[in-house]
Write a protein that binds this ligand. Sequence first.
Ligand SMILES: [Zn+2]
Ligand SMILES: [Zn+2]
Length: 429
Amino acid sequence: MIKKILLALSLAPTIAFANQVEILADNIEQKVIQWRHHLHQYPELSNREFKTAAYVEKHLRALGLEVQTGVAITGVVGVLDSGKPGPTVALRADMDGLPVLEQNDLPWKSTQRGVFNGNDVPVMHACGHDTHVAMLMGAAEILVDMKDQLTGKVKFIFQPAEEGAPAGEKGGAEVMVEEGVLKNPDVDAIFGLHISSNTDVGKVRYREGGVMAAVDPFKIVIKGKQAHGAYPWLSVDPITTAAQLIMSVQTIVSRELRLLDDAAVITFGKINGGVRSNIIPNEVELVGTIRTLNKEAREHIYEALPRKMKGIADSMRAEAELTLPLDYNYPITFNDHDLMAKMLPTLVETAGQENVLYSKPVTGAEDFSFFQEEVPGVYLWIGGKPLDVDEKDAPAHHTPEFYVDDSGMKLGVKLLTNLTLDYMEKHAK
Ligand SMILES: [Zn+2]
Ligand SMILES: [Zn+2]
């Protein structure tokens, strides 16, 4: 890690705009905080970000940007055209909150409610997407201020439904890509940030390659033959078949994957079969999730899972059917190696060498990956944890106590701005 940072320093160019961005970020900080408090107080669920979208739209129009609304239901896209030739850089913020009841005692605490899959639920920005929206609104304002110094175009993408669309709906980055968000003007590179409740304010964490996992939910139905529990020889037992299959599938990760490269996970989250003690049922249903950080591992599991199923089912005279992916899937959040290497000096210059941390990958997922499947992209984490809170006491994302501090956002605003300026400088057309 130390080696990497030193290398980055030795390659660091003089960032011509860094001082100006610093001053503009200082000037705008209180506004960003006010926007964040408003957004935090009025969170909305995935695919229902109507007021949030209107709030963003109003800001982008006031800045004089060309604005498109209703992208993937509630998405808002603003384009800043410098009028000079150059690349198109996209910056992305996700906008949705979660069905969580906020427990923090804040003047801007959420008391909002919404409907999720037919149920009345509390709504909270329990993943920090309020800060993402506020930071990108801030970066947009600074970049508009610096328009004369830009070469190319900037696309501001405010994305709905990162946390997943409600049942029966599609949404988020995948749909935005389908609707052409990366086209016209065609995006050359995309950057995104996630605030982190257990990373110190002022720090930025990065990694190249697989940074967050692909998610592939699956369903297996094992079909046997029903019989009285007292006469198992008359059955083809899907329960004992399922038991063997679950254990056998665990060996795909532990015995077949090259774990030195990357971690991988196969988890069964649900088993359903049978009604009472003395009946061997007809079938058993298993539902699980696969998490991988590189393409080879993902492809390997796609090959191995049906192989294990067939081997075990055949040996038990049962049949097994696989649905993979089950209802949705996310690709690997993959930071393009060249782009990450090229932009690392910007992180060092913006945050200070001691604040740039090389990160471990995460087996959670992020639909920013859909953008990265189309164009080179870099996804970073920035700190939201107050310095006086111990890491082990920091409340986790998606919990009622989740908290990230306002003071973490200034670094995010600066990073989004400097990444754009530096990318343009390095890719002048
Ligand atoms: Zn989340
Ligand atoms: Zn999130």
